[in-house]
Design a protein around this ligand. Structure first.
Ligand code: KIV
Length: 275
């Protein structure tokens, strides 16, 4: 009998198990995240197996395979160019690198807007790739999409405030403070069955009001300290991005460390010191 080394076995099982519908219970479920309402918790983006594993090892058990993948990994100027195939590939990678974390995957631009049926089909592809749930951008106008995906038994996270997929076509990346509209959007998303709600660049007092008004956890990014949870793009947090939004507190400067290491290697090879 061939013995599979434990590390490889673990990675392979997490995908095989997800695709076959076995072993999914090992992952934190949407209902458990919903039950964290009122308790502070950290979430982070991840785009590959390596960073998924590192985040999970650090105790962060809610990971988002964000379509910010387009900006920070694929080199696009916006998230608009990210495809469903991109999201499937990177979602599967994060699922392979983790065993317990809840993996939220972003539905990319135009994978859910055309119809409820498109939204369910696209969400299904991400779930088959290993997503524990999906996230989509938009408020009340997207409520039927959320309800349709939830009716197909795939948990959904909403996302209001700045919506990066279409920001360049509308109001850009300025902070949102339209109280009545954002409160109505948040309530419509909860009503449609979402289990959590991202608030991106929402004025902090309004984010606090929305957080108090809804029964599901809010996950803030650039929306102040009063959300239930926080999310940051992992490349920004680790100092790997060319530029990060002003609200980000960098917890490391890995970009500088990587450049210094690569410079030393380059110098050593050209001088003959390595190998
Ligand atoms: O794509 C992403 O990284 C996101 C977060 C900014 C919430 O949607």
């Amino acid at each position: 009998m061939r013995v599979v080394p434990p590390q490889r076995n673990r990675g392979r099982c997490s995908v095989a198990a997800d695709r076959a519908g076995r072993g999914v219970s090992a992952r934190i479920r949407a209902s458990a995240i919903r039950a964290r309402k009122g308790r502070r918790f950290a979430t982070i983006t991840a785009y590959d197996a390596a960073f998924g594993r590192l985040a999970e090892a650090a105790g962060i058990d809610v990971l988002l395979v964000g379509d910010s993948l387009g900006n920070v990994v694929l080199g696009y100027e916006s998230t608009m160019a990210v495809t469903l195939a991109d999201m499937e590939r990177h979602t599967a990678a994060v699922a392979r690198g983790t065993t317990r974390a809840h993996v939220i995957a972003d539905l990319p631009f135009m994978s859910y807007e055309p119809s409820d049926a498109d939204a369910v089909r696209s969400a299904g592809r991400l779930a088959q790739a290993g997503a524990s749930s999906v996230k989509l951008e938009g408020g009340a106008a997207r409520a039927t999409r959320i309800a349709a995906i939830v009716a197909a038994d795939i948990p959904v996270v909403g996302h209001i405030g700045v919506q990066p997929q279409t920001a360049a076509l509308g109001d850009g990346f300025k902070r949102r403070d339209d109280r009545d509209r954002l409160l109505a959007d948040a309530r419509a998303i909860v009503e449609a069955g979402a289990f959590a709600l991202v608030l991106e660049m929402v004025a902090p007092e309004l984010a606090a009001e929305i957080t108090a008004a809804v029964a599901i956890p809010t996950i803030g990014i650039g929306s102040g300290p009063h959300c239930d949870a926080q999310i940051i793009v992992i490349y920004d947090l680790l100092g790997l991005s060319a530029s990060a939004p002003p609200f980000v507190r960098p917890y490391a400067q890995l970009g500088e460390a990587a450049t210094a290491a690569l410079r030393a290697y380059n110098d050593d090879v050209t001088s003959g010191a390595y190998p």
